[in-house]
Design a protein around this ligand. Structure first.
Ligand code: ZN
Ligand code: ZN
Length: 359
């Protein structure tokens, strides 16, 4: 699907709801609809989409050179020196149409400014639903991001040693992501060793990994505006028999859950496969989060792969499968792969081994 088709998809979504156009300000959605380079957190551009499918991307002088030549689905409108994009938007919008806006993305201040000038109402997930199903071009870009992720962990592995701090481990992973082609990181790298492994979002600190510590490493590349996301639990020294058993249980839960993924199966069902295996090993109470999530321009997108999602997965969904166990005061273990949902099955984009790695 090219960007023009995506604009057309948005237009039919807003038409169905009786809205006359949309004001898009989120960098993720602007990238999705126009191909303009994605810069996380960079607000300031405004994409206006009218009901006839006309699209204007309003940019400042500062961004003009960067977007020119990258956008094929919208006319690029450059603001005059000192003119605010919103002021230019006022000149473009004719009459008093009802315009959709991204209620979850715009700040309260921007919403106030937009509502003062236009009749606006929430888009209510029109774009999120479109972005849930990736087209083959998007899947190819995500596959490349995961390829970079796999190469980075392979390369980093040669340099990891017992006694290194979490920060040193994170630095090694991030350096190799860049060296393998990541434009930036999909999210803040997680390195959580030993008892700190129970923090599912543990930021790396000064703790040194040794003596059989399980170390949860969760990191991702951003490439072509899209994210990858992988977790491995590496052992710095030989783990105890108990921790080894827990690792094997998480690995089996992860693999069986991946095998259960196909179009038409609900997120809840896939989650239940992993949860059932961990419950059978008396580890169910330590699995304290949902099984996975969609990945795309954002690292957390729809669909949810967890007990709350009774809707069927669809071909083109790109999801993570990431069971974990977190035993307070002791250790954490998580294994996460990136998977494309297909009509009759799935394709795993993550190639790095899930076998136990002892450093
Ligand atoms: Zn992750
Ligand atoms: Zn994840």
């Amino acid at each position: 699907m090219d960007h023009k088709q995506r604009i057309a998809g948005l237009v039919s979504g807003i038409e169905e709801r009786g809205i006359d156009g949309a004001i898009i300000t989120g960098p993720e959605n602007i990238h999705y609809l126009t191909g303009a380079p994605f810069v996380r957190g960079s607000y300031g551009k405004i994409l206006f989409v009218g009901i006839g499918g006309t699209a204007s991307l309003i940019v400042s002088d500062l961004d003009y050179q960067e977007v020119i030549g990258t956008v094929d689905s919208a006319e690029i409108v450059k603001t005059d020196f000192m003119e605010k994009p919103l002021d230019r938007l006022k000149k473009i919008v004719k009459g008093t149409p009802r315009l959709g806006f991204e209620e979850d993305l715009v700040s309260a201040a921007l919403k106030e400014r937009i509502s003062a000038e236009f009749r606006v109402e929430p888009l209510r997930g029109i774009l999120e639903r479109m972005r849930e199903r990736k087209d083959p071009e998007e899947i190819a870009v995500i596959e490349m991001a995961q390829f970079i992720n796999d190469r980075a962990i392979e390369k980093a592995l040669g340099n990891l040693k017992a006694g290194m701090s979490e920060l040193e481990i994170a630095a090694e992973l991030e350096y190799n992501l860049r060296m393998k082609g990541a434009e930036t990181f999909a999210f803040e790298t997680i390195v959580a060793s030993g008892p700190r492994g129970v923090y599912p979002h543990g930021m790396p600190g000064t703790r040194r990994a040794s003596s059989g510590d399980a170390v949860v490493i969760d990191f991702g590349a951003r490439y072509g505006g899209y994210c990858s996301d992988m977790t491995r639990t590496l052992f710095f020294g030989d783990p105890s028999a108990e921790v080894k058993r827990a690792y094997e249980a998480v690995k089996e839960a992860q693999e069986r859950a991946v095998e259960s993924v196909k179009g038409g199966v609900t997120g809840r069902k896939v989650d239940a496969v992993a949860r059932g295996i961990l419950e059978g090993r008396d580890l169910g109470k330590f699995f304290v989060h949902g099984l996975g999530h969609g990945v795309g321009i954002e690292v957390h997108e729809f669909p949810v792969v967890g007990p709350s999602n009774g809707s069927p997965l669809a071909p083109g969904n790109v999801i993570t499968i990431e069971p974990g166990v977190y035993v307070p005061g002791r250790y954490g273990i998580r294994i996460e792969d990136l998977v494309v949902v297909e009509k009759d099955g799935r394709r795993t984009l993550t190639k790095f081994t899930r076998e136990m790695v002892v450093i």
